[in-house]
Design a protein around this ligand. Structure first.
Ligand SMILES: Nc1ncnc2c1ncn2[C@@H]1O[C@H](COP(=O)(O)OP(=O)(O)OP(=O)(O)O)[C@@H](O)[C@H]1O
Ligand SMILES: [Mg+2]
Length: 248
């Protein structure tokens, strides 16, 4: 049910009858009838390999256009924007932690983080509210337990777990309203995974981000406000929203 506060402000993410089908396929990879996420909500998207998790995140981020139906971010239908406006919207309002991190190996840890602001005046303004972009990036990296000694190092000299935290800092700098995380814990053992999630939640909450987090690991669901499950290529089952197994 929509509360009066929700009626006043547009949802951060809203989905209506979304379908996405890859060319040449006979069934939809993504089918979600309805979903609304408000500011600060944390959604867990679970699904096995190939169930369409990355495809869904790319549709939400405006990288792929829905085959039918509508996705709105902050009240904006990304499919209605020109490609350049869509890229700018993504740079201004979305932080993405990619499944393969997509860090630039020849740049330092710090440069990988500050680069996010180079494409967005909005993120630059927000990242310079209490200092310059580099000092904000250093602060964020320290908050994620990446000490100063790693900030100047080429990012490819860091461990996988450290690179994951660089990817989080890069996604969070400049306070995007929407944070999208694609399996960021898949390479971690259970202890490091839990610590990583603690840091991710702490920083997402500090910045007021709405979080969409995908993983094949059902054990993580209990740490989120809500969860949905995607199932492979079965339009009848896809996108069934279910309550998390236990509330966070
Ligand atoms: N570029 C593409 N072109 C055509 N079909 C694609 C493409 N990318 C993905 N698909 C199809 O979409 C399905 C879902 O892929 P997707 O990468 O979204 O799954 P996933 O849930 O993220 O899997 P994983 O857990 O392995 O990352 C795949 O089985 C594949 O058939
Ligand atoms: Mg994937």
């Amino acid at each position: 049910m929509t509360t009066p506060a929700q009626a006043d402000s547009p949802a951060v993410v809203s989905i209506d009858n979304l379908r996405f089908r890859w060319p040449g396929q006979t069934s939809d990879t993504v089918a979600i009838d309805e979903l609304r996420l408000d500011a600060g909500e944390h959604l867990f998207v679970r699904g096995s390999s190939g169930s369409g998790k990355t495809t869904l995140l790319n549709v939400l981020a405006g990288v792929h256009t829905p085959t039918s139906g509508r996705v709105r971010l902050l009240g904006t239908n990304l499919a209605s924007l020109s490609p350049s406006k869509r890229d700018q919207f993504r740079a201004d309002h979305i932080g993405v932690i990619f499944q393969q991190f997509n860090l630039l190996p020849y740049l330092s840890t710090l440069e990988n983080v500050t680069l996010s602001c180079a494409f967005s005046k909005r993120k630059t303004e927000r990242a310079t509210e209490s200092g310059d972009v580099a000092s904000t990036a250093r602060h964020l990296l320290n908050s994620l337990n990446l000490a100063d000694e790693f900030h100047r190092a080429p990012v490819n000299t860091l461990s996988v777990g450290q690179q994951q935290r660089v990817a989080v800092a890069r996604a969070l700098i400049g306070g995007p309203e929407v944070l999208i995380a694609d399996e960021p814990t898949s390479a971690l053992d259970a202890d490091n995974r839990d610590r990583f999630l603690d840091l991710l939640f702490q920083e997402a909450e500090a910045q007021g981000c709405t979080l969409l987090f995908v993983s094949h690991d059902p054990a993580l669901a209990e740490r989120f406000d809500r969860s949905i499950e995607l199932t492979s290529n079965d339009p009848d089952e896809n996108g069934t929203e279910k309550p998390a197994e236990s509330a966070a």
